[in-house]
Design a protein around this ligand. Structure first.
Ligand code: TRP
Length: 453
């Protein structure tokens, strides 16, 4: 049976665009608007961007195709889709673990992601009335020391995520993503246009696109591959879960390309919006994680209409984070609903509570628990980040590639992709069977055993 005949109990999206909006919503997040610009800044601009683009195309897109394919053919939560497809391929049912691990990774990521999203949300209400760069530095540090504030914004963010997921695939996800995503694209474009007016536009663009090849080091390649994975939401079943709600007859290959294109476009537009503003104010591009919370507010303050555009920027960041957070919760919630036959709002509430509780430890890792270092010398927030992004996601990605590349029957794969043999398929299979597992494996080993990140 293929996806023409099977239906997800959670519903199938009606809109032709909903899957693309949803997957792009998952993909476009803090990773694009907060992390991508500061990583590009730290790792030398164009050289990093170039490698990042190559990783998206050669590794990200093939694995995304594999995830969508598993989800749509399985028509269930990632865990149960994997179980179904393992049976179809006459192989061991333990492949289900891939989906279970993904659901767990989703909760772990959600827990600290929500804390960082809370910063973005809090900054919408920031007064922006400081008169020096140091002021904003101090302000951000004070904010990180304020447990109550951090936990409050984290709580609001988790509540919003739970609310949307609890409403269901059609009334929650489809309705809200159709509202939020157009707004998100509009704001990114507005901000990029605003940046063209600041004077340092060319300098900013030049910084992002002129590749200095002497800057390409192993650590840059590792960082770019890790970021490509994270930004496309791969390796934990988020895209797989959404695949289950994709209408039959929609082409998986071109859809994955569109999602990757939108995701990259927003990251680049965010860079185009941020760097000219940074340069116009003679600020440091390699400011690290503080780039959007310290450098940017100060830059906005110095510009005409800066207050409005500054707030708009943090509205954008909050929307992007919310549409990503939904996809972190959905795989687990769908699985609990299927397995325990509970009501969706109970599953969403219970899993949200777990993520919220873990998130509190992350929020406290900047203040009360700053000496608590579960993994290496990382605080709790960084440990969760490390565990999920450096360990669980790469492992998930490798196994997804192996499952679709080596375990599934080729005829079933072709049927689900609605494709015939040909060079496109050959290239995709090659990337999935050999290049992705090997490269992602190298990154995994390098990060975990040699600490290169
Ligand atoms: N892609 C999102 C970002 O760029 C984060 C995200 C959402 C994610 N869902 C995910 C990352 C699943 C990995 C796996 O911010």
């Amino acid at each position: 049976m293929n996806s023409q005949d099977r239906k997800s109990i959670h519903g199938i999206w009606k809109g032709r665009w909903t899957f693309i909006l949803a997957a792009a919503g998952s993909a476009v997040g803090l990773g694009n608007i907060w992390k991508f610009p500061y990583m590009a800044g730290e790792y030398g601009g164009g050289a990093f961007v170039l490698i990042y683009l190559i990783c998206i195309l050669l590794i990200g897109v093939p694995i995304m195709v594999a995830e969508i394919l598993i989800g749509r053919r399985g028509r269930n939560s990632p865990a149960n889709s994997m179980a179904y497809l393992a049976k179809e391929a006459n192989t061991h049912p333990h492949w289900k673990f891939l989906g279970v691990m993904g659901a767990v990774a989703g909760l772990l990521i959600l827990s600290f992601y929500s804390v960082a999203a809370g910063w973005a949300f809090a900054y919408i209400f920031e007064g922006f009335n400081g008169t020096s760069a140091e002021y904003y530095n101090l302000e951000f540090n004070n904010f990180l020391k304020d447990e109550l504030k951090l936990i409050s914004f984290h709580s609001i963010f988790i509540l919003a995520t739970v609310f949307i997921v609890a409403r269901g695939v059609i009334k929650g996800l489809e309705v809200w993503l159709n509202r939020l995503m157009p707004l998100l694209f509009l704001i990114v474009i507005l901000l990029a246009i605003y940046a063209t007016q600041t004077g340092a536009f060319l300098e900013g663009v030049n910084y992002l696109f002129s590749a200095d090849f002497s800057k390409i080091k192993p650590s840059v390649i590792l960082a770019a591959l890790g970021q490509a994975f994270f930004t496309l939401s791969l390796g934990m079943g988020a895209i797989m879960a959404y695949g289950a709600y994709m209408p039959a007859g929609q082409k998986i290959g071109s859809t994955a390309l569109s999602v990757a294109f939108l995701d990259t476009l927003v990251a680049i537009l965010a860079g185009i919006a941020i760097f000219p503003i940074v340069f116009a104010n003679n600020l440091e591009a390699a400011a690290g994680p503080g780039l959007v919370f310290v450098t940017l507010p100060w830059a906005f303050v110095n510009m005409p209409l800066g207050l409005i555009f500054g707030k708009l920027f943090f509205v954008l960041l909050s929307i992007a984070a919310l549409s990503s957070a939904i996809s972190l919760l959905e795989p687990g919630v769908a699985w609990v609903v299927e397995s325990l036959k509970t009501k969706r709002y109970i599953a969403a509430g219970a899993l949200g509570l777990i993520a919220w509780t873990l998130g509190i430890l992350s929020a406290l890792s900047f203040n009360l628990l700053s000496d608590f270092t579960p993994i290496g010398d990382r605080n709790f927030f960084d440990s969760m980040d490390f565990l999920s992004n450096q360990i669980l996601l790469p492992l998930g990605g490798i196994f997804i590639a192996i499952f679709v590349g080596w375990v599934m029957k080729r005829e079933n794969v072709l049927e689900e992709l609605e494709m015939n043999e040909g060079w496109v398929l050959k290239v995709w299979y090659f990337l999935l069977k050999f290049l992705s597992p090997v490269l992602v494996g190298v990154v995994f080993v390098a990060a975990v055993f040699f600490g290169v990140t």
